[in-house]
Design a protein around this ligand. Structure first.
Ligand SMILES: *Cc1c(COP(=O)(O)O)cnc(C)c1O
Length: 378
């Protein structure tokens, strides 16, 4: 078995057998000439399948340890397509700290198709068991969560899911297959906003799915083909290119984030730092157990809303922007940005306040990042 860093370079389809090109070319094409009405060479129309997309699909299946991979126009297109394999009347249990867009598609779109959801804190496994209804069909979690980086026990949840015949769906965007492999921990579906670390350069919006079960893969492919929320060949190419450096990028993100997390804990104006790599984080032990790294996102709470505003105004290297996981460092205020779609009342319950700042730590020289934060705090 190849080691992960080798796999990241050689997974999926390597190069182009027709020409010997060492990278998969961009097959910018919609339709394919057939040999006969009932005979094609594996492709007939790019909504159903495209060689560049196929390369990225096989790649994610390989590196997540799945049988089938699928590439979509965005992370939310990926999740929505997975959830469209269910039927009206079915019910889902969802982490209460999922990405804001996940919350929105469940609460404003899929609910209208009578696919209902209950949001619970999944760090307490009993909360999940108690939320199971006769029509519950799936559990959707994100670990670590957002913005508090709460860690959920994937293996324990997978036991509950198996007992009740539920599909366990895990959003692995924050850790990526470089640090965490949910399918190996018992999940049925792993999905990514590949917009983030997988592409890694803030230049693509994309989503990826990997599954172990071939029939489930077929079911999701049917939705992909029928609905058509596919990743185009250009973006598939960019994503493949980005993923080859995933390993070295994740290592750098990790080193930088740890340094910044430690620095933040020493600042008197910082009330709390949320990063699973810190021993003080409630999910630290579990994170160490089920993942190989802690990722590059952290949140911290300062003592006043004014200071939070000052920091985001004064930083020069950290850029004020939503999203995460790219080479450049970003800063945001979840309450006003990524989590703005969550009603204020619900935000308060979750502890998301305007004093909370989130960083996506990039791979710049960490000394520059620390100096930037230092002058922003002053
Ligand atoms: C960004 C993000 C999504 C949504 O992905 P898009 O590519 O923006 O559709 C889902 N989950 C997490 C954890 C994210 O960060």
């Amino acid at each position: 078995m190849l080691r992960l860093k080798t796999k990241l370079i050689h997974a999926g389809i390597s190069g182009d057998p027709l020409t010997g090109a060492v990278t998969v070319p961009i097959y910018q094409v919609s339709t394919f000439k057939q040999d006969a009405p009932d005979k094609n060479r594996g492709y007939d129309y790019s909504r159903a399948g495209n060689p560049t997309r196929n390369a990225v699909e096989q790649y994610i299946a390989d590196i997540e340890g799945g049988k089938r991979g699928l590439a979509f126009a965005s992370g939310l297109a990926a999740l929505s397509s997975v959830l469209m394999t269910f039927n009206a009347g079915d019910h889902f249990i969802i982490s209460n700290d999922v990405y804001g867009g996940t919350y929105r598609v469940l609460n404003q779109v899929l609910n209208r198709l009578n696919l209902t959801s209950t949001f619970v804190d999944p760090t307490v496994i009993e909360n999940i068991s108690e939320a199971i209804q006769p029509n519950t069909k799936a559990i959707v979690i994100e670990t670590p969560g957002n913005p508090f980086l709460k860690v959920v026990d994937i293996a324990a949840l997978s036991k509950v899911a198996k007992e009740h015949d539920l599909t366990l769906i895990v959003d692995n965007t924050f850790l990526t297959p470089y640090w965490q492999n949910p399918l190996e921990l018992g999940a049925d579906v792993v999905f990514h906003s590949a917009t983030k670390y997988l592409s890694g350069h803030s230049d693509v919006v994309a989503g990826l799915v990997a599954v172990k079960d071939e029939q489930l893969g077929e079911d999701i492919h049917l939705v992909q083909k029928a609905v058509g929320a596919i990743l185009g060949p250009q973006d598939s190419y960019l994503l493949l290119r980005g993923m080859k450096t995933l390993g070295i990028r994740m290592e750098e993100h990790e080193v930088n984030t740890k340094r910044i997390a430690e620095w933040l804990t020493e600042q008197p104006q910082v009330k709390k730092v949320y990063y699973p790599g810190l021993e003080s984080h409630p999910g630290h032990q579990l994170a160490k157990q089920q993942a190989r790294g802690f990722g590059g996102v952290l949140s911290f709470e300062v003592d006043s809303e004014e200071l939070a505003e000052q920091i985001i105004e004064k930083v020069k290297i950290f850029q004020l922007a939503v999203s995460l996981g790219a080479v450049e460092s970003l800063i945001s205020v979840p309450a006003k940005m990524t989590h703005a779609t969550i009603p204020t009342e619900e935000q308060t319950k979750l502890g998301i306040t305007p004093k909370l700042v989130r960083l996506s730590v990039g791979i710049e020289d960490v000394e520059d990042l620390l100096e930037d934060l230092q002058q922003a705090f002053e």
